[in-house]
Design a protein around this ligand. Sequence first.
Ligand code: ADE
Length: 243
Amino acid sequence: MNYYVLSLFPEMIEAGMKTSITGRAIEQGIINLYSINIRDYSKRKHNQVDDYPYGGGAGMVMQAEPICLACEDIRNRIGRSPRIVYMTPQGRVFNQNIAKELAKEEELVLLCGHYEGIDERVIEKEVTDCISIGDYVLTGGELPAMVVMDAVSRMVPGVLTNEDSGADESFEGDLLEYPQYTRPQEYEGMSVPEILLSGHHANIEKWRREQSLLRTAKWRPDLLEKAELSKKDIEFLKKTLAE
Ligand code: ADE
């Protein structure tokens, strides 16, 4: 996976991505990160990239030219037209399915806005996807771009090792993950559930499935409507929730 991030704060992207699991994947060359400063494509004095909005109003708008030149440069470098994802609170709300879909791409361009947004003509001319990371407004698209790259990178083969594990995790099958415990067996009077110490794999699997179901019913009932539930799951939930 090759990420091209267009930003006014490329050092923020580098610092965030070169840490932990994504950092290891970059070192191993499983993912490549090219953080590009939009200012480098400005033709104005002091490399300015923003201007007042037509029609008036508060704040500044990022101009089309430097962003479009940067996109053109990426196309020339890689010899094809990649998906260009604009991070905006107006976009499709990001989720695990979108992460899986984006992970299939050979390269992704992530465009981070600032100020009051970007000139609409960039969206018309360049942008293939608008993605939001939730219904709140941040100061810029850098954190959202890092959120997307982190979630996408986990889906790229080779990024997660066995120790990092991705199989049983939350949102698989639209259920939340079961609770986890590690040593000590007793902490501040709270014990690890007996069944996890039993070594009986089938019973542990059953308990974990039930815990996933209960946890999802309690914390994210909206997910249960989409989840693939067996007859047994439904019976268990009915019985337990009625108690
Ligand atoms: N830029 C500012 N806020 C954002 C959000 N919630 N999602 C994506 N990009 C953003």
